[in-house]
Design a protein around this ligand. Structure first.
Ligand code: HEM
Length: 523
C-alpha cells in the first residue's frame, strides 16, 4: 500500500506539487500513518502465526517431551513402543501425554472402552488420518467415518459373515499352503537355504488376500518368488502413505504433493498403477459376471442386484481397503509366531502334539475348518503371540468434542488419543507380573484347559467395539492353518536376531527391521 499509491493518492500528490507545502505535509502524514498501519498489521499477523503455532505445536520441557524431541529414549529402549510401555507402566492411570505431539496415549482398558464403545461417535478416525491414507484408500471402509463407514460396514460384515465366503476363503488358504508355502519351505530345507520368513509370509498373505478380495492370483509365492506388479505398487503406496503419517508436520508432504516431487511423486505413480490394475480387475469381473463367484469383489457387485448402488470407484476403494487390512497384519503375526516358536521349542512341540492328536481321531487326511477350531492350544499360542507382538501396535482417534476419559484425563476437541495394544500386552496390572513372558497357558483357563477369550478392551489387538476388525475370524483361521501345517513338517530356527526384543521398522503394521532369516529342517 506504500509501494503502490492509489489513483486518488497519486492525483493528490500531483495537486500538492502545484499548490504547495500544506498538501505536502498532508501527504507526509498519510505516509507515516500508512507505515504505522503496515507495522501494526505485520505485528498482528506475526502474533497470530505465533499463537497458531503455539496451539498446534505446544512447546514443552517436561521429561517425556524432552526425551521424545532429543531421541534420548533410544539409549534405553529398542523401539518407541517399548519406551511408551515403560511410561505407561509408571503412570498410575496408565495414561500419559506427549504434549509436543498433542497426543494422549493410554493403556487403560476403561479408556479404551470409552473411546471404542461408550463414546464411539466422539472418537472418530478423524480428518488427519483420512488425509494421510486418502490417496491410496479413497473412501474405503478403513478410511471413513459416519454414514459412509456405516454403510460399507453393514455390507462387508454381511459378506464376510456368510458361510459361502468363509468356506471359499478357507479353500484358498488351504490351497496356498499346500501348493506353494510347504513346497517352498521343503525346497529351502532340502537345499539348506536360509530364507527370510517375513518375506515368505508377506507373499503368502498377499496371494491369499488378493484371491479372497478380487478372485485374482498374483502368484507371489511361486518357487522363484516372482515380483508382482500389483504387489510392488501396493508395497510402495502403503510404505509412502505411512511415511506421511510420520512426517514432523503434514505441511511437509502436502507441499511435496502439490509440487509433485520426491516421495509424493513416487506415491502418485504407485497409486496410479494400483488404480489401473484394480480397474482392469473390476472390468474383467463385470465381463465374466459374478454369479457363483465368492470373492469379495463379486459379492459387493452382486449387491447391485439387490438395489445398492456400487460404482467402480466405490468398488475399488473398498477392495483396496481389504488388501491393506488383510495383508501385512496376517504376515506380521505369522512372522512373530515363528520367531517365538524358535525361542520356545517346547511350545512348538506342544502345537505339533495337539495337531497329531487331532489326526488320530479323524479319517480325512486334510485338516478341515471345523477341526482347526478345536485346536485350543494352538489358538492360545496365536493369541499369546499377538498379545506380545500385535500387528497393529497402536491406533489413534481424534476427539470431536471436549471429553473426560474414565481415568480423569481431560481431552480437548481436536486432540489425538492413542490406545496402545503393544504397551497393553506389557502391563502387569492387566496380565500379571509375568506379562513379559510368552506363556500360552494363560489363555487356557476354561473347563478341561479350553481357551477363554479376554475382553477386547483389555486386548484390543483387533480393535474392539463398533469398529472391531471384520477379518478377525478369517485371520485367526489363516494363521492357525499355516502354523499347524508348517510346525507339523518343519523345525524353524531363526538365524541371528538373538535379542529379546526385535527392532521394528516404521510403518502402518509391525514388521521386523531386516526381516526374519530362518533355517528350515524337516521334522
Ligand atoms: C492378524 C490379523 C489382523 C489384525 C491384527 C487386524 C487388526 C485390525 C485392527 C486393529 C483394525 C482397526 C484399524 C483401525 O480402525 O484403525 C482392523 C480393521 C479392519 N480389519 Fe483387520 N486385522 C487383521 C486381519 C484382517 C483381515 C484378514 C481382514 C480381511 C479379510 C481384515 C479386515 C479388516 C477391515 C475391513 C477393517 C475395518 C473395519 C472398520 O473400520 O469397520 N483384517 N483390523
Amino acid at each position: 500500500f506504500l509501494l503502490f499509491p492509489s489513483p486518488i493518492q497519486g492525483a493528490g500528490a500531483a495537486t500538492d506539487a502545484a499548490t504547495g507545502t500544506g498538501m505536502e505535509e498532508l501527504s507526509w502524514c498519510a505516509r507515516c500513518a500508512g507505515l504505522a498501519f503496515l507495522v501494526f498489521s505485520v505485528c498482528v499477523v506475526a502474533l497470530g502465526a505465533a499463537l497458531f503455532l503455539a496451539r498446534r505445536w505446544p512447546w514443552c520441557s517436561c521429561h517425556v517431551c524432552r526425551s521424545y524431541l532429543t531421541g534420548s529414549w533410544a539409549r534405553d529402549f529398542t523401539n518407541l513402543g517399548d519406551w511408551y510401555a515403560h511410561l505407561l507402566r509408571c503412570s498410575p492411570t496408565g495414561t500419559v501425554a506427549v504434549h509436543v505431539l498433542g497426543c494422549t496415549i493410554t493403556a487403560n482398558p476403561a479408556n479404551v472402552e470409552h473411546m471404542l464403545h461408550t463414546r464411539f461417535d466422539n472418537f472418530p478416525k478423524g480428518k488427519p488420518f483420512a488425509a494421510v491414507l486418502g490417496d491410496l484408500l479413497g473412501g474405503g471402509i478403513f478410511n471413513v467415518d459416519g454414514d459412509a463407514w456405516r454403510h460399507q460396514r453393514k455390507m462387508a460384515s454381511l459378506e464376510l459373515g456368510s458361510v459361502a465366503v468363509r468356506s471359499y476363503a478357507y479353500g484358498i488358504v488351504a490351497e496356498e499352503v499346500e501348493a506353494r508355502l510347504l513346497p517352498l519351505l521343503a525346497d529351502a530345507a532340502d537345499n539348506g537355504r536360509v530364507v527370510d520368513l517375513q518375506d515368505v509370509f508377506r507373499r503368502f498373505a498377499f496371494d491369499t488376500i488378493c484371491k479372497i478380495s478380487f478372485g485374482l492370483d498374483p502368484g507371489c509365492l511361486e518357487l522363484d518368488m516372482p515380483m508382482s506388479k500389483l504387489a510392488a505398487a501396493f508395497d510402495t503406496a502403503s510404505r509412502l502413505s505411512a511415511m506421511r503419517g510420520a512426517a514432523a508436520s503434514p505441511l511437509v508432504w502436502r507441499v511435496k504433493r502439490l509440487l509433485n516431487v520426491g516421495s509424493e511423486r513416487e506415491l502418485r505413480k504407485s497409486i496410479r498403477l494400483v488404480d489401473e490394475l484394480a480397474a482392469a480387475m473390476i472390468r474383467q469381473r463385470r465381463k465374466l459376471g459374478v454369479a457363483g463367484s465368492h470373492d469379495l469383489l463379486s459379492r459387493f457387485m452382486a449387491s447391485e442386484a439387490h438395489g445398492t448402488a456400487v460404482d467402480d470407484k466405490y468398488l475399488r476403494d473398498i477392495v483396496v481397503s481389504f488388501l491393506l487390512a488383510g495383508r501385512d497384519t496376517v504376515s506380521s503375526a505369522l512372522t512373530t509366531i515363528f520367531m517365538l516358536l524358535s525361542k520356545n521349542p517346547a511350545v512348538a512341540a506342544a502345537v505339533r502334539a495337539e495337531a497329531a492328536a487331532g489326526e488320530k481321531t479323524r479319517t480325512a487326511s486334510k485338516t478341515t475348518y471345523e477341526q482347526l477350531k478345536s485346536l485350543h492350544y494352538t489358538h492360545a499360542v496365536l493369541h499369546e503371540n499377538m498379545r506380545l507382538f500385535p500387528p497393529v501396535q497402536f491406533d489413534s482417534k481424534f476427539c470431536a468434542a471436549d471429553d473426560v476419559l474414565p481415568d480423569g484425563t481431560y481431552v480437548t476437541a481436536g486432540a489425538r488419543v492413542m490406545y496402545h495394544p503393544y504397551a497393553m500386552g506389557r502391563m502387569p496390572r492387566i496380565w500379571g507380573d509375568d506379562c513379559e513372558k510368552f506363556r500360552p497357558e494363560r489363555w487356557l483357563t476354561g473347563p478341561g484347559g479350553t481357551f477363554v477369550p479376554e475382553s477386547l478392551y483389555r486386548y484390543p489387538v483387533f480393535q474392539a467395539g463398533l469398529r472391531v476388525c471384520l477379518g478377525k475370524e478369517l485371520a485367526v483361521m489363516e494363521m492357525k492353518a499355516v502354523s499347524v501345517a508348517v510346525v507339523k513338517q518343519f523345525d524353524v530356527e531363526v538365524v541371528g536376531h538373538k535379542g529379546a526384543v526385535p527392532r521394528f521398522a516404521p510403518g502402518l503394521t509391525a514388521s521386523i527391521s531386516g526381516g526374519l532369516p530362518v533355517r528350515v529342517r524337516r521334522v
